[in-house]
Design a protein around this ligand. Structure first.
Ligand code: HSE
Length: 309
């Protein structure tokens, strides 16, 4: 028996919500999990890059693979171990670009394996296992639930995730440069401690973010999409980011411009679809420093990960 899951891309942080806010986008990976019938065949992991745009050569094909590790935790949860498993990953979400590709495959492997096992785990267990593997819940939660999600990770490992009522006409322009930036490198430039005034700044802005989406308040949203906890430290890893953020501030319809997750992509949150000006500004800034990019405008995707076969 085999099961295939489809999982959306996600953008984490959204400026003020470092490690706790994220949204899903209509761009997908698929993960197929198959319990092989022949005993002794062990674990087989295949990865296919749909558009041949990513370097997938360094992704482990053994028990160190994060999808396998997540599935192993699920089996352990029901007191079993996976013995014979074939995992096939089809990637369409750009890898190491800030679009939650690792969260998507972790979630895909988990929900496919959960289906194979007769659904022993509910969303709360899946959220908790996936977050343990990923290290933060902000991509995992919207990958599972869809939409815009606020998530909390408690010390006991439990995750509380709540969807926020995102206005339909607030869309996202994703500016995806042609180079990779690993989350590990992007987290390594963050300080272990931050000044109290910066922590309070983000606290205020994330509270405003939640109120802005509940009341569809464009001006409050514009005010809220700011951050002092991660973007300032990561600027040096994403050439052009500071200039692009400054120029987009003056574009009609732009509610804010944020680093997508750990970068290097940039997400522009906008009211309506005036993407030509945004595209021109971003591509000119990046062309000047020899960075090619793909730029697409898309709505927030309101469905989460699902079983498709
Ligand atoms: N919140 C995480 C970070 C997202 O910014 O490092 C990484 O995908």
């Amino acid at each position: 028996m085999k099961v295939t899951a489809q999982i959306p891309a996600t953008v984490a942080n959204l400026g003020c919500g470092f490690d706790c806010l994220g949204l899903a986008l209509p761009l997908f990976n698929t993960v197929t999990v198959e319990e092989t019938v022949l005993p002794g065949t062990g674990i087989e992991i295949n990865i296919i890059d749909k558009d041949n745009k990513n370097d997938i050569s360094n992704i482990p094909r053994d028990k160190n693979n994060i999808v396998y590790k997540a599935i192993e935790l699920l089996y352990n949860y029901i007191g079993q171990s996976p013995n014979e498993l074939k995992i096939s990953i089809m990637t369409e979400i750009p890898v190491a670009r800030g679009l939650g590709s690792s969260a998507s495959v972790i979630v895909g492997g988990l929900i496919a394996a959960n289906e194979l096992l007769g659904k022993p785990a509910d969303d709360a267990v899946l959220l908790s296992i996936a977050t343990e593997i990923e290290g933060h819940p902000d991509n995992i939660a919207p990958a599972i639930l869809g939409g815009v999600v606020l998530s909390d990770w408690e010390l006991d490992g439990s995750v509380c995730a709540k969807r926020l009522p995102w206005p339909e006409d607030w869309v996202v322009t994703m500016c995806i440069p042609d180079y990779e930036l690993s989350t590990g490198i992007s987290r390594s430039v963050l300080p272990a401690e931050v000044p109290m005034k910066d922590a309070v700044y983000n606290l205020r802005h994330s509270a405003m973010f939640v109120q802005a989406v509940h009341t569809k308040d464009r001006e409050l949203m514009k005010l809220s999409l700011k951050d002092k906890l991660h973007q300032p430290y990561r600027m040096k890893l994403v050439p052009g980011l500071s200039q692009i953020m400054n120029e987009l501030k003056h574009v009609d319809g732009v509610l804010g411009c944020v680093l997508a997750g750990a970068g290097p992509s940039i997400a522009v949150i906008q009211d309506g679809t005036k993407d030509d000006t945004i595209k021109d500004i971003v591509s000119t800034a990046w062309n000047n420093i020899n960075v090619d990019a793909q730029i697409y405008t898309m709505p927030v995707y309101n469905e989460g990960a699902k079983i498709i076969v």
